[in-house]
Design a protein. Structure first.
Length: 835
């Protein structure tokens, strides 16, 4: 720009024009460095005092030689940023000034030295700031902030720019200001990243933080849905890791790829990064009850010499996978190193959720069913595929009733498909490529992918059975006391027994636990079977006497990598359902049809493979007779199932009233045993000195992701039980209760345990309790529910703490009691639903 153009510009500038010279020191210094323009403006340029803590000053001290007092006269050259001609620049400057309230002038100086010259270059950048009434017609606060800072925003684009140009240059908000809980959230304008960019990990952390801050399930779903809509529209390839990290998973459950690192290693990693000892970390974690919060607070006060690159969702997910997959002698150091590399790059709440992910629990109250519902809402509003693909909000074109029906249809499709194919690696790509509507075509039940089994509701007596199955045919099968086994045999034209798998009720791969069962498969399959999925119960069995042995004996088998030659506890597999045969899923067929196919295509082998015993009953006498025979046969009771019609289908992942379990204990009070989690222990007295003499049990509440105190228990244990349990629980002892334990201080035990062990207990009945928190608010606003006269039955190694009896099931058991059910209305959640 010429001297004339500069002169004309300043002549046209109003009085409010401000000129701020930015350098790291005064003009008297030999060297000046440009810094960014600040939001706060002053009427004149002032000299900034040197600060010893300034990073730029520190850098100058290290890199620049000591200057001499002698001053050197410099020649200054003015350079314009714009490539336009002088006349055009003059014209544009005049137009911009006339249309603006004031302008920002940014002057940057730099020195170019050589043996022959000493020239200081001044760069002049002119940024017009639009009048307030014209700057932001939409009222977007983030856009206003960008304008005040002189940033390039869509609202000050030249008029010649077309819509496509604006579309490709959408200005996203700052990551620190991202708010997925915003009312009328816009998945593009309110996102903190641009189309095609990797999703910042801070966006997910902020989403989890907002979810944690609310207890309303519908609001949680809305917040997560908003975030997922942005991911679908801007970076769909990050949808899969987003869902996995929301669920704190890295892969399908049957891949057995889990995090859950020991707290000590995590504390060590964080402590080394922040200069804290392990003792200090333990003390802080004990005080807060949340290692994630401790890590967040420590990171907030940490200063680093160099700012690491911001974390992206993809980077964090890949790193967590590396941590989970690391094995070998040096794996611990590798894991700690990987954790530290992530931790030092954390900002704001990222550290909190990173550490919780490593611990294996996010503790934000977000259940898997809520994640599936949020995915359905996101796909319904912003479809990833199909005729409306790319639409920001389809609901704007529909009536509320029609859109609500659309969301419900999408949710049912996603949940049902996930039940048949519980593999997000398969489900999410299909959603992105074909849309939710076509999910059932591409994701179906198939051998190798375990499905969540159908479960039964408890029944309190024979009369309840006939009330439920009034006028319908039903069958009574023996309820075996063993371990649920889902056997998958793949094949195309012939069964591939070498690739057969056995899965637990938790979808864990138990194939290496039962090599003897795999070896017997050829005896079971008839020539007509090419592939199949069987639902079975594996029980300990004495071949010589032909007797079923107690579950405690089965639990002594090696849990992994068993060798058939070393197996001492033999098992017999009782097959009771056929879910898939020769390429065709059978779950939608009635039980009588599935049972007929099972008996036509499979063999019985005494002591190895047997069909579940039972009979079709039509009278009270027949049911009571079959129950007596089942008890004499060392079984727990009966499984009563609908035989025909819609109610006889196999309801995947549901605890259904179409299956009822009838145990002998219905005569003794409570109609079913309860699986409770041990969270505390009381020191023993008398002959129990040196052991734990009593324990605090809890139920699990999936809505709040918390454990609620249920009862104290001290009976039903043998001396050997107490010795074994005390030794086992000692490894789970913790210094303080977790912040997700719900209990009264008067019930605090002598020692707290991490929620890890699940026990089966029985009781006389259930009662309302002001001291316990189980099912608090579900039956009574101020009281929970407790067990009367609880007694220990056995350890449930086949269940995780999250699969313990839920607070809602406790409420249902209470309301089902004779003295209660006639005086209180059952809650709406008593209907069948996904578990």
């Amino acid at each position: 720009m010429s001297q004339t153009s500069i002169k004309s510009f300043f002549t046209a500038t109003p009085k409010k024009t401000e000129c701020k010279r930015e350098n790291s020191d005064s003009f008297n210094n030999e060297k000046a460095t440009p810094v960014s323009n600040k939001k706060n403006r002053s009427a004149k340029t002032t000299k900034r005092e040197r600060s010893d803590s300034s990073e730029s000053d520190t850098h100058d001290k290290r890199s620049s030689p000591v200057s001499t007092p002698k001053k050197t006269l410099k020649r200054r050259r003015i350079v314009s940023f714009d490539a336009d001609s002088d006349s055009n620049q003059e014209k544009k400057a005049d137009e911009q000034v006339n249309n603006s309230e004031y302008v920002d002038i940014k002057i940057e100086t730099s020195s170019t030295k050589s043996p022959n010259n000493n020239v200081e270059t001044i760069k002049l950048q002119i940024t017009p700031v639009i009048k307030k009434e014209e700057a932001n017609p939409t009222g977007n606060k983030y856009e206003q902030s960008s304008i005040r800072e002189g940033k390039h925003t869509p609202s000050i684009e030249k008029k010649s720019n077309n819509k496509q140009s604006n579309k490709n240059n959408v200005q996203h908000i700052e990551e620190e200001n991202y708010n997925p809980a915003k009312i009328k959230y816009h998945p593009i304008n309110d996102a903190c990243w641009s189309k095609g960019q990797e999703v910042p990990y801070l966006a997910l952390a902020t989403t989890l933080e907002e979810i944690e801050a609310t207890s309303a399930r519908l609001k949680m779903i809305e917040i997560l849905s908003n975030y997922l809509r942005s991911v679908i529209l801007l970076t769909p390839e990050d949808l899969l890791p987003s869902i996995y990290l929301c669920l704190n998973q890295l892969a399908p459950a049957y891949h057995s790829l889990e995090l859950g690192m020991a707290e000590t290693y995590i504390m060590k990693a964080v402590g080394q990064c922040t200069g804290r000892t392990l003792a200090q970390m333990k003390s802080a974690a004990k005080a807060t009850g949340d290692l994630g919060l401790v890590a967040e607070q420590a990171r907030a006060t940490q200063r680093t010499m160099f700012t690491p690159a911001p974390l992206t969702l993809r980077k964090v997910f890949a790193a967590l996978k590396e941590v989970a997959q690391a094995t070998g002698h040096a794996s611990v150091n590798k894991k700690i190193g990987k954790i530290q590399s992530l931790y030092v790059a954390c900002r704001h709440s990222e550290a909190r959720y990173l550490i919780r992910s490593l611990e294996g629990k996010l503790r934000i109250g977000l259940a898997e069913q809520s994640v599936l519902q949020a995915l359905a809402c996101a796909c319904a509003a912003s479809p990833p595929a199909g005729p409306s693909a790319g639409a920001v909000d389809v609901s704007a074109e529909m009536s509320p009733e029609k859109y609500k029906a659309r969301v419900e249809e999408f949710a049912l499709t996603i949940k049902t498909t996930y039940c048949e194919c519980p593999n997000y690696d398969a489900l999410v790509p299909v959603v992105l490529q074909y849309g939710v509507e076509r999910l059932p075509e591409h994701c179906r039940l198939s051998p190798g992918v375990p499905l969540k089994p159908m479960l039964a509701h408890p029944s309190r007596g024979v009369a309840d059975l006939f009330a439920r199955f009034d006028g319908e045919n039903f069958t009574c099968e023996w309820k075996y006391d063993g371990e649920r086994a889902q056997i998958h045999v793949p094949g195309n034209g012939a069964p591939d027994v070498g690739r057969a798998s056995i899965f637990s009720r938790n979808q864990e791969n138990n194939t290496s636990k039962y090599p003897d069962v795999i070896g017997r498969l050829p005896k079971l399959l008839k020539a007509s079977v090419h592939s199949c999925v069987l639902d079975c119960e594996a029980v300990a069995y004495d071949k010589q006497s032909g007797q079923i042995l107690p579950f405690q004996i089965l639990s002594t088998r090696k849990r992994k990598d068993a060798r058939e030659s070393e197996i001492k506890v033999q098992v017999c597999v009782f097959v009771f359902d056929l879910l898939y045969l020769n390429g065709e899923p059978l779950v939608r067929r009635p039980l009588d049809a599935r049972r007929a196919l099972l008996r036509d295509h499979f063999n019985e082998v005494e002591g190895e493979w047997q069909f579940a015993r039972g009979r079709d009953c039509s009278s009270t006498e027949e049911v009571e007779l079959e129950l007596s025979e089942a008890l004499r046969g060392s079984c727990e009771g009966l499984m009563v199932k609908a035989l025909e019609g819609e109610r006889a289908r196999y309801d995947i992942a549901r605890r259904s009233h179409n299956w009822l379990k009838l145990k002998k204990d219905y005569l003794e009070g409570c109609g079913d045993s309860i699986d409770a989690v041990v969270i505390g222990g009381f020191h023993g007295r008398g002959k129990r000195v040196g052991l734990y003499g009593g324990f605090l049990l809890a139920c699990y509440d999936p809505e709040t992701d918390a454990y609620q105190s249920l009862c104290k228990i001290g009976t039903g244990f043998s001396d050997e039980d107490l010795r074994t349990l005390s030794a086992t629980l000692q490894s789970h002892a913790i210094d303080a209760p977790r912040n997700y334990y719900r209990y009264e201080s008067s019930l605090a035990p002598d020692v707290w345990f991490a929620a890890a062990s699940v026990w089966e207990v029985r009781c006389a009945d259930l009662s309302l309790s002001p001291a316990h928190h189980a099912a608090l608010g579900l039956v009574d606003r101020e009281k929970g529910i407790s067990l009367r006269f609880p007694r220990f039955v056995r350890v449930r190694d086949d269940k995780t703490p999250e699969q313990a009896t839920s607070s809602r099931q406790i409420a249902d058991l209470y309301l089902a009691q004779d003295q209660v059910k006639n005086t209180m209305k059952r809650p709406s959640h008593a209907d069948d639903d996904f578990y």
